[in-house]
Ligand binder design. Structure first.
Ligand code: PLP
Length: 388
């Protein structure tokens, strides 16, 4: 968490006031809530009503997809196709597959190009006849590989086809300002079809448990949670004003340093990957090096003949918190779906480890990790050759 955000939370921990109450503490909470909504809306360049605060990225994605799908079906029962990127986060893929299983959605999963991005030719195929499309949902950047999607091209195509678009920007918003994300997605452009973007606080230096769906008017989506009608009716429940304040503070700080942070962290990440790949035989880098193709903080590396779960354990013992390409909620390591979708062999995809750097990662930490990894990989390989 950013120190200024932690301080804000500590200062506000004793605050009273339900933003829906009419007493003076409630009215003060309401003012804080709406001031922070204004701040996020203006950072994204959208109207103040087009920001719905949620519990995080998962809920924002669920709201965008289910909420838009149900509305589209109500408007025209033939609109039941969901066009989904081929390497989306489970909060998108599982929402879409649930809608297919329970609510007659038709799933149209896009192909992935060799660079790991959504294949635009396949998107053209999907949009060639778009009368039955309820929503296109594509991530701005992948959580495993850091690969950045061609969001502006995707948004152009959706606009031309007159189809609603949702962009999962949970990862991208950690590295690009909200204004940059909004401009790629065409949020608020005149003539644009419905476009929404999801963000999550804990990727920006705010606490876990807060996020937002931005760009869509609350009355344009079916709510998932019914109750007191908060968030314009799109998301009932007493507003967590302090968490929302923390999110707005993190957005403002993160936005102010985005381009400098990209440059600085990409240099550290490349230093780490070069050191590891130079020192470990059979190490392959899978995340893009830069040039606008990948997020700066991702270092996805596979190691020949090293199962990811064994290396993760060694890394943890060495004080390095990494993850496998994909870890499910039960903590089991599966072959990285993003790498499989991009055509990487299952054996390699099972040996991929994701090291991620954040805004606070230091050069010292990078040097320590880079010098520890070769020995830990060698230890796993030796254990496999000579099991105890
Ligand atoms: N989308 C992407 C691309 C993510 O990486 C994540 C979480 O890491 C999410 C959605 C879910 O966000 P949250 O953890 O806020 O629910």
């Amino acid at each position: 968490m950013r120190p200024s955000v932690a301080a804000l939370l500590a200062r506000g921990a004793g605050d009273l006031g339900n933003a829906a109450s009419s007493h003076s503490a409630g009215r003060a909470a309401r003012r804080r809530l709406e001031d922070n909504r204004d701040a996020v809306a203006s950072a994204a360049g959208v109207g103040r009503t087009a920001v719905v605060f949620t519990s995080g990225g998962t809920e924002a994605n669920n709201l965008a997809i289910k909420g838009s799908f149900w509305r589209a079906r109500m408007a025209g029962p033939s609109r039941r196709r969901l066009v989904i990127g081929g390497t989306e986060h489970p909060s998108v893929t599982r929402t879409a597959t649930w809608l297919a299983r329970r609510h007659e959605a038709e799933l149209d999963l896009l192909a992935v190009d060799p660079a790991g991005r959504p294949d635009l030719t396949d998107l053209d195929r999907a949009l060639a006849t778009a009368d039955d499309v309820a929503l296109v949902s594509i991530m701005a950047a992948n959580n495993e590989t850091g690969v950045i999607s061609p969001v502006a091209e995707i948004a152009d195509r959706c606009r031309t086809a007159g189809v609603a678009l949702h962009i999962d920007a949970v990862q991208a918003a950690a590295w690009f300002s909200l204004a940059e994300v909004a401009s790629m997605a065409g949020l608020g452009d005149a003539g644009a079809t419905q476009v929404s973007v999801s963000i999550s606080g804990h990727k920006l230096g705010a606490p876990v448990g807060v996020g937002a769906l931005i760009g869509i008017e609350p009355e344009a989506i079916e709510p998932l949670i019914h109750g007191g009608g908060q968030e314009g009716g799109a998301r009932s429940g007493t507003s967590p004003v302090l968490l929302i304040e923390a999110l707005a503070q993190a957005v403002s700080e993160s936005d102010a340093s985005a381009s400098e942070r990209r440059r600085h962290v990409a240099a550290l990440r490349n230093q780490f990957v070069d050191a590891v790949c130079g020192a470990v035989p059979g190490a392959t880098r899978h995340s893009p090096r830069g040039g606008g193709l990948g997020l700066p903080g991702h270092a996805l590396i596979s190691f020949d003949d090293v199962p990811a779960d064994a290396l993760l354990m060694m890394l943890d013992r060495g004080g390095i918190a990494a993850s496998a390409g994909s870890a499910c909620a039960a903590g089991l390591v599966r072959a990285s779906p993003a790498l499989l979708a991009a055509g990487v062999s299952p054996a390699r995809a099972r040996s991929a480890i994701r090291f991620t750097l954040g805004w606070s990662t230091t050069e010292d930490e990078i040097e320590t990790a880079a010098s520890a990894v070769p020995g830990l990989v060698a230890a796993v390989r030796s254990e496999r050759r000579h099991p105890a």
